[in-house]
Design a protein around this ligand. Structure first.
Ligand code: HEM
Ligand SMILES: *[C@@H]1O[C@H](CO)[C@@H](O)[C@H](O)[C@H]1NC(C)=O
Ligand SMILES: *[C@@H]1O[C@H](CO)[C@@H](O)[C@H](O)[C@H]1NC(C)=O
Length: 495
């Protein structure tokens, strides 16, 4: 290195240490931050966190520091909420203060604060309200959506039939099936599983969920400005999102020519009508093309990988526990029979199946730390003060794995959601969709999809593993933003 270069690097390091120390002292001086390990300059607690064993390390910290503790991700301060009481108190009882979305550098980079997932303030409020209403009007919780899911389940069934009992990898059947439900709501259409363009998008989503959950994604979230200069898969993630946005924009354009304001067909039509209504509001309106593109992309992304990963993980669990699969099939035969497809009304009479699906969601804890929240102002919480803007992670896993509510939480056991007499047992600790004002906007839709897809497949097929069940490994392949199952193959044998 040239002498001048070395000197400036040295200076830069000194300056950042000083800045950091100043910040560090000021937070300590207040003395009211939730406790946590002392951070190092620049790196924060990164070294203590051991990227690959993040959850184990954090568990130890949780035990050491209690239900509310502070960590430093790089230079960013993060508060983690651990356990049902702390999370309920924050997200539900004090929802107004904890409603903001916290920073997630990789996501912020491509959402630019638009859309619904990563937006804040008035924009988020308007777009969330509009989204919930529109999803409801297009039949969320109503019959028409149920029929759409049943129809998609039939297509999925055909694809399973096409495998003729040969081994296959389920990802690229399950993600288009899940995605098509949201596509029919947002774009007014479903796509064939051999549609090249559509399947390319499925690849992007899958890829992004993996990148996000990989050490690369985590490093980016810890050191965003540094990682900008480093090549790696995190660069691919942004390109993937750009492609998804292009796809959405094309669909929006295609809608313009044949839109009929008296009969909106889908989310895009409804949004355009809203844009029209507010076209004189100027910049105060949140109903802009940019927000439409990002909202549609958000729904598309949030509604594809989540449901399909849950299905994929769920099937893997059933491969490991054939006796549980058999009991679900017995219940399907008893309540639904073989003459007609399952429907939502059946669920009330199928406590075992309902419990199995709940247990799958509990056990896999798909999004273990939810998405980051933030506090809107300096927020007194228990004996601490969480400074305005601090990122807050509610540890949903800590609720889903609470051993007071779910004895032996590390075991997959549908009895966690059953009473002694076999009735379904509801639990306030069932929080895979998070809780409070930011709770998943697609919860109703997702639960309908999970029930109908699972029961439709198991009505017609028995799923068989290629290895001995005891060799099936249920630990996630990655675990950070998302708990993804290991990749696997299965055989679907007609019953
Ligand atoms: C098994 C499937 C799913 C799971 C486990 C899940 C879970 C979650 C979680 C944990 C959050 C973060 C909540 C928070 O900020 O505290 C979330 C947000 C969200 N989800 Fe889902 N989700 C699923 C399916 C869906 C589907 C099918 C849709 C499509 C409509 C959807 C749309 C959304 C949206 C729009 C948000 C952002 C809400 C906001 O920021 O206000 N999700 N989801
Ligand atoms: C969240 O809780 C689970 C279960 O107690 C634990 O394994 C994990 O390490 C915790 N994660 C964080 C970030 O505290
Ligand atoms: C936009 O204008 C309409 C009336 O033209 C008004 O009812 C509405 O509240 C305005 N919306 C915003 C976000 O300012």
């Amino acid at each position: 290195m040239e002498p001048l270069g070395a000197v400036s690097v040295f200076l830069a390091i000194c300056i950042s240490c000083l800045v950091f120390l100043a910040a560090w002292r000021s937070t300590w001086a207040k003395g009211k931050l939730p406790p946590g390990p002392a951070p190092l300059p620049i790196l924060g607690n990164a070294l203590q966190l051991k990227i690959n064993h993040l959850s184990q390390t954090l568990q130890e910290l949780g035990e050491k520091y209690g239900p509310v503790f502070t960590l430093h991700f790089g230079a960013e301060r993060v508060v983690v909420l651990h356990g049902y009481e702390a999370i309920k108190e924050a997200l539900i009882d004090r929802g107004e203060e904890f409603v903001a979305r916290g920073r997630l550098p990789l996501a912020d980079k491509f959402s630019q604060g638009q859309g619904i997932l990563f937006s804040n303030g008035e924009r988020w409020k308007q777009l969330r309200r509009f989204t919930l209403t529109t999803l409801r009007n297009f039949g969320m919780g109503k019959k028409s959506i149920e029929e759409r899911i049943q129809e998609e389940a039939r297509y999925l069934l055909e694809k399973f039939q096409d495998t003729k009992g040969r081994p296959f990898e389920p990802t690229f059947l399950l993600s288009p099936a899940s995605s098509n439900i949201i596509c029919s709501i947002v774009f007014g259409t479903r796509y064939e599983y051999n549609n090249k363009k559509f399947m390319t998008l499925m690849n992007y989503f899958d890829d992004n969920f993996q990148v996000f959950s990989s050490p690369w994604g985590q490093l980016y979230n810890l050191f965003p400005s540094f990682m900008e200069f480093i090549p790696g898969p995190h660069k691919r993630a942004c390109k993937n999102v750009e492609r998804v946005k292009e796809f959405v924009l094309e669909e929006i354009k295609a809608h313009e020519s044949d839109m009929d304001p008296s009969a909106p067909r889908d989310f895009i039509d409804c949004f355009r009508m809203k844009m029209d209504q507010e076209k004189h509001n100027g910049s105060s309106s949140e109903f802009t093309i940019d927000n439409l593109v990002m909202c549609a992309a958000d729904l598309f992304a949030a509604g594809t990988e989540t449901t399909s990963s849950t299905l994929r993980y769920g099937f893997l669990i059933l491969l490991k526990y054939p006796a549980i699969q058999e009991k679900v099939q017995e219940e399907i035969d008893r309540v639904v029979g073989q003459a007609r497809p399952p429907c939502m009304v059946d669920r009330g009479q199928m406590p075992y199946t309902d419990a199995v699906i709940h247990e799958i969601q509990r056990f896999i804890s798909l999004i273990p730390l939810s998405l980051p929240h933030a506090v809107l102002r300096d927020t007194p919480f228990r004996q601490y003060i969480i400074p305005k803007g601090t990122t807050v992670f509610p540890n949903l896993s800590s609720v889903l794995y609470d051993c007071r509510e779910f004895p032996n939480p590390r075991e997959f056991d549908p009895r966690h959601f059953l009473h002694e007499d076999g009735r379904f047992r509801k639990s306030d600790f069932f929080m895979p969709f998070s809780a409070g004002k930011r709770i998943c906007a697609g919860e109703g839709l997702a639960r309908m999809e999970l029930f109908l897809f699972f029961t439709t497949i198991l009505q017609s097929f028995t799923l068989k593993p290629l290895v001995h069940p005891k060799d099936i490994d249920l630990t996630p392949q990655f675990s950070s933003i998302g708990n993804m199952p290991q990749s696997y193959q299965l055989c679907a044998l007609p019953r």
